[in-house]
Design a protein around this ligand. Structure first.
Ligand SMILES: Cc1ncc(COP(=O)(O)O)c(C=O)c1O
Length: 388
C-alpha cells in the first residue's frame, strides 16, 4: 500500500537540524550551540497565569480565532510595540505556534504552480509547506547583500506566477534585520503588484541595534501582508505553542477555515497565560534581550579573533559566520569540530539554499558555555591549518 501514499509528502525529508542533533547525542561532553530556542525558562509570572487559568477552569474550547482577551492583548501588543493597528474581532488569529500560521497562510494562498519568493539562506520551515501546497519555491540568494533582500533582487525573480514573498527579518538563520528605510525600497517594487507578503516577524522583539520595522506598517502594504508573530522566542515560551497571526479580514476569514479543520482552536490555558505575557512581559523580554546582546558581542568578537568572516547579527540569537577562510566546507568543518573539539554547530546546508560555506551558531546559551565553545574552537581552528 505504501505506493499509494502522496509522493510529495513522501519526498519531504526530516529536518537536517534534527539529524545533526541526533549525531551530537552520540558524543559525551559536547558544548552544543545548535539550539533554536531560548535557554531561559518561561518567566514565573507567566507560568503562574497558566496555573491560575487551570484553577479558573479555562478548560473548554476557545472560539476558533482565539479567546477574545488573547486577541485583544495580541492587538494591543502590536499597537504598543510596533504601531500596527489590527481589529481584535476580525484581523487576528491565535495559532498553534507560528508554525501553524505559516501553514495556514500558504494553504490559503497557493494554487498548484504558484511561485513563492524567499530570500535565502532561509528557515527550513517554509519549503516543505510550499511543496505540500504544490507551489514552487523561488530562492533569492542574499549572500552578497549581507543577507538583506534588495529591490533589484526581487525584480530579477518576478514572473507571472509569483504569488507570495516570504520575509523573515530578523532572520533565522542569519541574524540579519531590515530597517524601515531598507524595507521602503522593497515597498517601491511591491506596492503595485498583486503579491502577498508573509512577514515572519517571530524574532521582532530580539533586535539589538535598531528598532524592529514591519513591512505591514507601510499603508500600501497593509492590505496584502500577513504578519506572523508569537511568543516562542521573545517570551521563552516555545512549549506553550502560541502563535499570533495578523492580516486583513478578507484573508483571516479564509484562513480560519484551515485553522478550524486543523485545530478547532488553540489550548485555552496557554492562551490565558499569553494574555499575561503580552500585557506584562515587556520587562522580562528586555532583560533576556540584554543577555542575548552580551552573548552576541562575546561570540562575534571571539569568532573574529579566530579568523571567521562574519556579518554581525543585529537580531535573533544566531550568528552566521563563513568558514571560507579555513578552506573547508561547512559540513566538513562541523563534523571535524564535533569529533576533535566536541563543539556542536550547524552547517548552513541544513537551511533552505543555505550554501556550504556558513555555520549557524546559536547564542541561546550562557556566556560560560559560549566562552567554553570558543576556547575549544581555538585549540582546533587556525587559518590555513584547520585540518592538520
Ligand atoms: C523564523 C521562524 N519562524 C517560525 C518558527 C516556528 O516557531 P513556533 O512555531 O515555535 O512559533 C521558527 C522556529 O524556529 C523560526 O525560527
Amino acid at each position: 500500500m505504501e505506493h499509494l501514499l502522496n509522493p510529495v509528502v513522501k519526498d519531504i525529508e526530516i529536518s537536517g537540524i534534527r539529524k545533526i542533533a541526533d549525531k551530537i547525542k552520540n558524543y559525551n561532553d559536547v558544548v552544543s550551540l545548535t539550539i533554536g530556542e531560548p535557554d531561559f525558562k518561561t518567566p514565573d509570572f507567566i507560568k503562574e497565569a497558566g496555573r491560575q487559568a487551570i484553577t479558573d477552569n479555562y478548560t473548554f474550547y476557545a472560539p476558533t480565532a482565539g479567546l477574545y482577551e488573547t486577541r485583544v492583548a495580541a492587538t494591543e501588543f502590536m499597537k504598543r510595540r510596533y504601531k500596527l493597528n489590527y481589529n481584535p474581532m476580525s484581523e487576528v488569529i491565535v495559532t498553534n505556534g507560528s508554525t501553524e500560521s505559516i501553514f495556514m497562510a500558504l494553504k490559503t494562498m497557493l494554487l498548484p504552480g504558484d511561485e513563492v519568493l524567499i530570500p535565502t539562506p532561509a528557515y527550513p520551515g517554509y519549503a516543505p509547506v510550499i511543496d505540500m501546497c504544490y507551489g514552487k519555491l523561488v530562492p533569492i540568494d542574499t549572500t552578497q547583500s549581507d543577507f538583506k533582500l534588495t529591490k533589484e533582487q526581487i525584480e530579477a525573480h518576478l514572473t507571472e506566477k509569483t504569488k507570495v514573498l516570504i520575509l523573515t527579518y530578523p532572520s533565522n538563520p542569519t541574524g540579519a534585520t531590515m530597517n524601515r528605510t531598507e524595507l521602503e525600497e522593497l515597498v517601491q517594487v511591491l506596492k503595485d503588484k498583486d503579491i502577498f507578503v508573509i512577514s515572519d516577524e517571530l524574532y521582532s522583539e530580539l533586535t539589538f541595534d535598531e528598532e524592529h520595522a514591519s513591512i505591514a506598517s507601510f499603508p500600501e502594504m497593509r492590505n496584502k501582508t500577513v504578519v506572523i508573530n508569537g511568543l516562542s522566542k521573545s517570551h521563552a515560551m516555545t512549549g506553550w505553542r502560541i502563535g499570533l497571526m495578523y492580516a486583513p479580514s478578507y484573508v483571516t476569514e479564509q484562513m480560519l477555515k484551515t485553522h478550524q479543520y486543523l485545530n478547532t482552536s488553540v489550548n485555552t490555558i496557554a492562551q490565558a497565560a499569553a494574555v499575561t505575557a503580552l500585557e506584562k512581559g515587556d520587562e522580562a523580554v528586555q532583560l533576556m534581550k540584554e543577555e542575548y546582546k552580551k552573548r552576541r558581542d562575546l561570540l562575534s568578537e571571539g569568532l573574529i579573533t579566530l579568523g571567521f568572516e562574519i556579518v554581525i547579527p543585529k537580531g535573533t540569537f544566531y550568528a552566521f559566520p563563513s568558514v571560507e577562510p579555513f578552506g573547508v566546507n561547512a559540513m566538513t568543518f562541523t563534523e571535524s569540530i564535533l569529533k576533535k573539539a566536541k563543539v556542536g554547530l550547524l552547517p548552513s546546508d541544513v537551511f533552505t539554499e543555505g550554501g556550504k560555506n556558513h555555520l549557524r551558531i546559536s547564542f541561546a546559551a550562557d556566556e560560560q558555555k559560549i566562552q567554553e565553545a570558543l576556547n575549544r574552537l581555538e585549540s582546533h581552528v587556525r587559518v590555513g591549518m584547520f585540518l592538520r
